[in-house]
Design a protein. Structure first.
Length: 592
């Protein structure tokens, strides 16, 4: 991998001076951005290209080659690959996408060439590979990314080009900027592990179209996520997008629900938009993670505050329930028309009011994070408020977000907050949604520290398996593939799962309704065993109320999986059957 990302000798196959040739752009980028290495153009007839001595064949270069860039026509591709391997090249960047008619043949050829991992190949479709701090620019884009601490990994050349252009306007810098459309040899696991272990990288953002080698991704993500944020966006939530993604990547469609379970289990944060992708990269790099979903809002305007509250609550977050002492202390700064509590609407928009409110809130143990909202009303002092707050927030160990709404009047204050590593948002509802991502991300990470264990000693485990096996073998001997209710109960009883199989009833408005739950397990062809918990019966089919998890699970992981369903909330909210929640946890844990 170091031969790909930190080469000292680079050969360019397909080098040219023709204005429309990819080889010209590639060679031009390497020569115009010194990266501390030597470039060798390969051309069958030219003696030199752009004044640099050219060689007719890669084997004739009088030096060992770390990296070969193949930018020639597709009909010469297989011959170029073989020539590079025979010449002892350590890594290859295969720039051009491959025609569909050649796709399978090229992929099989690459897999055979890289079987021993003595040679690594990026591509086909390696449209960008930039390390701005060293000057390395592999690809045919004329632009060069700015240096920074954010690693960007993508599977779309078109999207990468747009983001690169945007980043130059917004002054966003990167430690790595990589776009590889086909991950045949070098895959997500390789990329995440390499850029994640580089101390220049603080956060990793990923645009994924296909997960590829699932085990490689899982292993690398779990290792890196405990130390650096991994934020991911992936199309394919809708059936139409999933089909288009499959057509683009040439891979079978991947189950999006299963992928969500995988991302949660390995500590990856999945977002829904490109804007959120970069919001989260910034926020997680600047602010501590919230321990829970409880947000406190301090504002000088009711309207924007209500929008933020809606975004917070509909997204699964909570308004922090402040301690009585906190509410009493806040009476000195809260608008008299507004009852003391959270959100906090200030009586005035002066800097001192914001500071007093924050000093009171920061002592409340029920608060997991703070959002301040400022609109440029007559008394507001955006710049002075930002100056005062940035000093107070410096030693705060919880996330602090700000929404300075407006334009010219708040620009100086926004700049002060940003320089103090306080993320700012043009709209408060955006900030609330970002906070929801933050606490969910922290919950995903905490799952990495959960150690699933067997709920019973080995001898009891063997006895349980023996009893369950006898029931199943009897069913099979009768030519059946489904267990009857009594047979199902016998299998569950063998594992000490009590209470399941009885009717679960919840009282509501004087009536009694039956609640059905469904627990399923199957083998995903790509990702292995998967568990599903959710509503059973007609309700489950109509509302598609289910949550997926990956075994093995412990009690905590099982409960989190179940908490994502509506049926579990209904069970917990009913006092007469609340004990069933514990039994369900046992069932899911045992079933895994």
């Amino acid at each position: 991998m170091s031969s790909l990302f930190a080469p000292t000798t680079v050969a360019v196959l397909g080098a040219s001076e023709h204005p429309q040739n990819m080889g010209r752009r590639v060679l031009g980028n390497l020569l115009s951005n010194p990266f501390g290495g030597t470039v060798y153009p390969i051309h069958r007839s030219l003696k030199n290209v752009f004044g640099v001595r050219a060689y007719p064949h890669v084997s004739e270069i009088p030096d060992s080659i770390d990296l070969a860039i193949i930018a020639g026509p597709p009909d010469a591709l297989l011959d170029d690959l073989d020539a590079c391997k025979k010449a002892g090249v350590k890594a290859i960047a295969l720039l051009s996408p491959i025609p569909a008619s050649m796709g399978r043949q090229v992929e099989e050829h690459i897999r055979e060439m890289t079987r021993t991992k003595q040679l690594r190949i990026a591509g086909p479709g390696c449209t960008a590979l930039m390390i701005p701090r060293t000057g390395l620019n592999i690809g045919d884009a004329n632009l060069m990314a700015r240096p920074g601490n954010l690693a960007f990994l993508s599977q779309s050349g078109a999207l990468s080009s747009a983001i690169l252009d945007w980043s130059l306007r917004e002054n966003v810098g990167f430690s790595y900027f990589v776009s590889i459309e086909s991950l045949v040899d070098i895959d997500w696991g390789d990329l995440i592990s390499y850029v994640g272990n580089d101390h220049h990288t603080r956060s990793i953002v990923i645009h994924m179209e296909s997960i590829g080698h699932a085990r490689s991704f899982l292993s690398a993500a779990r290792e890196i996520a405990v130390r650096k944020p991994l934020i991911l966006i992936r199309p394919g939530r809708s059936q139409a997008a999933a089909f288009a993604t499959s057509f683009h990547t040439g891979q079978e469609p991947e189950d999006d629900e299963v992928l969500n379970a995988i991302f949660r289990r390995c500590g990856v944060l999945r977002v829904n938009s490109i804007a959120e992708l970069f919001y989260m990269a910034e926020v997680l790099a600047k602010q501590p993670r919230p321990k829970g979903p409880r947000l406190c809002i301090i504002s000088n305007a009711i309207g924007p505050t209500l929008l933020a509250t809606d975004a917070l609550l509909t997204g699964g977050g909570q308004l922090a329930h402040l301690e009585p002492e906190t509410n009493e202390a806040l009476k000195s700064v809260v608008d008299s028309r507004w009852e003391a509590g959270n959100p906090i609407i200030l009586n005035q928009s002066l800097p001192q009011d914001y500071c007093t409110a924050f000093e009171i809130i920061k002592k409340d143990r029920h608060v997991d994070g703070v959002l301040t909202i400022l609109t440029p009303q007559s008394q507001a002092q955006p710049t002075q408020t930002a100056e005062r707050l940035q000093e107070l927030v410096r030693d705060y160990r919880k996330p602090f977000l700000a929404s300075w709404m407006g334009g010219v009047e708040v620009a100086a204050g926004e700049s002060i907050l940003n320089r103090a590593d306080i993320p700012t948002f043009a709209y408060p509802d955006t900030a609330a949604r970002v906070f929801n991502y933050m606490w969910r991300y922290n919950r995903n990470l905490s799952a990495l520290y959960e150690t699933p264990s067997y709920p019973s000693p080995p001898e009891q485990e063997a006895d349980a398996k023996g009893k369950a096996r006898k029931v199943i073998e009897d069913v099979r001997s009768q030519g059946r593939t489904l267990l009857s209710p009594s047979e199902t109960r016998a299998v569950l009883d063998a594992y000490g799962i009590l209470g399941i199989g009885k009717e679960v009833r919840a009282a509501s408005n004087g009536t009694t309704e039956r609640l059905e739950v469904a627990l399923k397990s199957w083998i995903d062809p790509q990702f292995g065993p998967v568990l599903s918990f959710g509503a059973g019966g007609k309700a489950g089919k109509i509302f598609e109320d289910r949550s997926l998890g990956l075994p093995p699970l412990n009690t905590t992981l099982a409960r989190r999986m179940m908490e994502r369903t509506l049926i579990f909330r209904a069970i917990e909210s009913s006092s007469d059957i609340s004990s069933m929640a514990l039994e369900l946890e046992k069932l899911v844990t045992r079933f895994s």
